[in-house]
Design a protein around this ligand. Structure first.
Ligand code: ATP
Length: 270
């Protein structure tokens, strides 16, 4: 079977309403929505629309969600691929995939390209990963740089990329006219966790007196993805027990399970 080149979504329904907290990041990225909605407003006066922005932050904090929300808000097509998909690629395939991606995105502009885990292709060149597949990764990275340099300021394609390790990226990627804007997406504080709980509780039948502020206080260090997980686990537990509404105990059990999982993960890392 032919491997999928990249993913294309034309009808994203996610908006800023689905992204809780991250006020600073939303404010910065709001400008990109404006560019995509009305590029002529900026270009006709001689402004150059930025080509790319890098979303930087720990796993599960909403980088992909935020990129999709930009597409949803601006009502533009969303082209995506993951840097890790390139790791096992045959010679020449990575670069041609990048070329195809940009070609499609340009045909459908204004549009967004989203590259998740860009560090997998965007690590500094010339540093061996001992696997011998470095050449192909470099070809892919070079193609990406070429594409970004190649489109003029009137192309109306904006490239968003996500990483949790900006410091290992090739400096060429961060140069003016490429990913020259960095947007930080951090782990949520207690108020932000409360807001994230509220988003993920929208479609869950819960007891009336559920103390969401308490749940937020019980979950320090949790990412948005962890909180989404807690809400779903709690709903499944309640259903398994034959309840018709999720109660505090279901949530606290789910929090415990996820804390257990996080501790295991940290043990492996350190
Ligand atoms: P990774 O670095 O692992 O790719 P990410 O930063 O791209 O992670 P997402 O994939 O966007 O994280 O988040 C996973 C899920 O977690 C989202 O689909 C959403 O359900 C939930 N989530 C994360 N952050 C938020 C947030 N700020 N508000 C609401 N939901 C969130």
């Amino acid at each position: 079977s032919k491997a999928k080149l990249f993913d294309e979504k034309n009808d994203i329904k996610i908006t800023f309403n689905d992204v809780a907290g991250l006020e600073g990041a939303k404010e910065e990225i709001e400008e990109i929505v404006e560019f995509l909605k009305n590029p002529e407003k900026y270009t006709s006066i001689g402004g150059k629309i930025p080509k790319g922005a890098l979303l930087v932050g720990p796993p599960g904090t909403g980088k992909t969600l935020l990129a999709k929300a930009v597409a949803g808000e601006a009502k533009v097509p969303f082209f995506s691929l993951s840097g890790s998909d390139f790791v096992e690629m045959f010679v020449g395939v990575g670069a041609s995939r990048v070329r195809d991606l940009f070609k499609q995105a340009k045909e459908k502009s204004p549009s967004i390209i989203f590259i998740d885990e860009i560090d997998a292709v965007g690590r500094a060149r010339g540093k061996s990963n001992f696997s011998g597949s470095n050449d192909e990764r470099e070809n892919t990275l070079n193609q990406l740089l070429t594409e970004m340099d190649g489109f003029g300021s009137n192309t109306n394609v904006i490239v968003l990329a996500a990483t949790n390790r900006a410091e290992i990226l090739d400096k060429a990627l961060l140069r003016a006219g490429r990913f020259d804007r960095q947007i930080y997406v951090d782990l949520p504080d207690v108020k932000e966790r409360e807001a994230i709980f509220k988003v993920h509780l929208r479609n869950i039948k819960k007891v009336d007196n559920l103390d969401i502020d308490f749940l937020a206080k019980q979950t320090p260090g949790f990412s948005g993805a962890d909180i989404a997980n807690v809400c779903n686990e709690a709903a499944l537990t309640a259903a398994r027990k034959g309840k018709t509404a999720v109660d505090m105990q279901d949530f606290l059990d789910a929090v415990d399970r996820i804390v257990g999982g996080l501790e295991k993960k940290n043990k492996i890392i350190t």
